[in-house]
Design a protein around this ligand. Structure first.
Ligand code: DON
Length: 581
């Protein structure tokens, strides 16, 4: 049976990784602004705030809050996410990572989803208040505005408040995602009232108004973190969760903090890659995949040999997932997993002539991640940039809306290994690091990422559950190969996650010749439908000064670039919001 070796990381290497300032001298600016998000209203909100003198971080508040309104199926005040920031300072560039992941309430423990007979219950991990972690997005919006923005939180939240009051139109995407969750949505009266019509998914074009959500956004704008985590909104959250059998307490809300973490950072293919640390599994996997590919013999992108190399690296990297969990609670050999040596060892175990059956490598980590989330990428005219991936997990989260607040709760608790004995047929304790624990954050695949060198900056990310990481990899490789940003977001996708042991592909992702060669190497190929993911990316060519931005043609998002004349001279125009913390 496979037992991963937990090795003590080299202290020096660990210190270097943890404390090396991610800064570099850098003085150019793009003199334009670009926003690419999953909804045109959110892209417009970002530009509105940039036009008012906001910087990228104010724009991120605005885009994230507007997505929370117009994509209730993807993210929201009842959810959380990760923000990767590039801050252009006079002394150089700094990168920051805001971990606004949902947190398990204090009353949740390892056996939280077991009934009195010790049987694992799936439904409460997915539906209703038991499924919800303590939300992180409201705290992140406050922190972004207070610590990084130029404008007041109130000003940056205004576009979202307007969108909530004016309503947004139902799209085919809303209908499709709602369709997955209709039964769960019908169980909750407030979700039914707000997001269904006569108990059915509304017709395309139906306006969804969210007056209570506008009020909650106002409370946040007026009172900062206390506007959500204390006072009337908090009371409503607790009353509804507890009435629904949930275990949230005021102390859980009081305790919620965004954690500012050191991003994962490594060099590969002549670029600095800056990505997501634990509790995201993404940065570590990208380090394995890119550093591993780099030491393998160069193969033509798109060829069977190249695809084989990537798939074999994916297989090996996803196997390591069983070691991962919230590093504030469990010991993870992060330095080792991120190291070039580890990636080299992975690469050297690949046989160029045949696929390695996953069972030969050992047992997998069970994980079950949701099917909707959102991402946006943006850059301001000063070179500040944000890549943010935000989630409530499944479409419409836990399908549980708190009356009087418009807050639809997440079901991110299901990203824990909710059944500690595992769905894994071998009952391997392999995902123990990701078991539920009080105050712990569930492992995530969300991987907002940037790649940078003297010539260019790439900002990208996508939703897509466990496939997020391989989509970001494919996008990053496009950037490395010098392909246009439109190609990063639209290129055909393939994925391997160790188990099930097959290559998942979008229909038509491989031409018949490549497919035949891969099958001859022993790979099983499984088309998983027309398409997946919803990538939004920005590219800054520092040599020509050109900005480009692109939204995934698979979604309904929009990328927009604008020249912004006023930004450099405008400063904060209103006092900052006051918080109780
Ligand atoms: O954090 C995670 O990995 C998941 N909750 C993300 C879910 C997701 O991306 C679904 N998107 N389509």
């Amino acid at each position: 049976m496979f037992r991963p070796q937990l090795q003590a990381p080299s202290l020096l290497l660990l210190c270097a990784l943890l404390f090396a300032p991610l800064a570099q001298a850098q003085t150019q600016t793009p003199d334009q602004q670009a926003v690419a998000s999953a909804h045109p209203a959110a892209t417009a909100a970002g530009h509105r705030i940039l036009d008012q003198g906001g910087n990228a971080f104010d724009a991120a508040v605005s885009v994230a809050a507007t997505l929370a309104v117009v994509e209730p199926y993807s993210s929201g005040l009842g959810g959380g996410g990760f923000f990767l920031l590039r801050q252009q300072r006079e002394a150089g560039v700094e990168y920051h990572f805001l971990d606004a992941r949902e947190t398990a309430p204090l009353a949740a423990d390892r056996d939280f989803y077991q009934d009195a007979e010790g049987q694992f219950q799936r439904d409460p991990a997915l539906n209703g208040p038991h499924a919800a972690g303590i939300p992180g997005l409201p705290a992140a919006l406050v922190l972004l505005a207070e610590e990084y923005g130029n404008l007041s939180l109130k000003q940056s939240l205004q576009p979202a408040i307007d969108a909530a009051e004016q309503g947004f139109g139902v799209t085919e995407r809303y209908r499709m995602l709602g369709g997955f969750r209709l039964e769960a949505m019908r169980r909750n009266a407030e979700t039914t009232r707000l997001f269904l019509r006569d108990g059915e998914i509304p017709a395309v074009g139906t306006l969804i108004h969210q007056a209570e959500l506008a009020e909650t956004l106002r409370a946040l704008a007026e009172r900062g973190q206390a506007g959500f985590y204390q006072g009337p909104v908090a009371k409503r959250l607790l009353d509804a969760v507890q009435a629904g059998g949930g275990v949230w307490q005021q102390v859980d809300l009081d305790n919620y903090r965004v954690v500012e973490r050191q991003p994962v950072s490594f060099n590969s293919f002549g670029m600095r890659v800056i990505s997501s640390p634990l509790p995201s599994a993404g940065g570590i996997a990208l380090a394995n995949l890119l550093q591993g590919l780099e030491v393998l013999p160069r193969a033509t992108p798109g060829s069977a040999a190249w695809t084989h190399q990537l798939v074999e690296l994916m297989r090996r990297s996803y196997r390591d997932r069983m070691l991962l969990g919230d590093s504030d609670f469990v010991e993870v050999p992060t330095a080792k997993l991120l190291s070039a040596e580890h990636a080299r060892a992975m690469a050297s175990s690949i046989d160029p002539r045949k696929a390695t059956p996953s069972t030969e490598l050992g047992e997998p980590a069970p994980f079950n991640e949701g099917t909707d989330t959102t991402h946006f990428s943006l850059i301001d005219s000063q070179g500040n940039a944000v890549a943010a991936t935000l989630s409530i997990n499944l479409p419409f989260g836990a399908a549980f809306t708190v009356p009087g607040t418009g807050v639809l709760l997440n079901n991110e608790m299901d990203d824990f290994a909710t059944d500690p004995t595992g769905e894994n047929a071998y009952q391997l304790a392999g995902s123990e690091p990701n078991s539920v624990g009080p105050g712990k954050r569930p492992l995530s695949s969300m991987t907002p990422t940037m790649l940078e060198n003297e010539e260019q900056l790439a900002v990208l990310g996508t939703p897509g559950g466990s496939r997020i990481i391989t989509m970001v990899l494919l996008g990053a490789l496009e950037a490395i190969e010098g392909e246009k940003v439109e190609s990063w977001v639209s290129r055909p996708r393939f994925h391997h996650q160790y188990l099930p042991d097959h290559i998942q592909i979008e229909d038509g992702a491989f031409n018949p010749e490549v497919q035949g060669e891969l099958e001859a190497l022993g790979h099983t190929i499984k088309p998983v439908g027309r398409d997946y993911g919803d990538m939004h990316a920005v590219h800054w060519n520092k040599q020509t000064g050109e900005l480009r931005a692109a939204s995934d043609p698979r979604g309904v998002g929009q990328a927009l670039i604008k020249r912004n004349a006023g930004q450099q001279t405008q400063r904060r125009s209103e006092p900052r919001a006051v918080t109780a913390d």
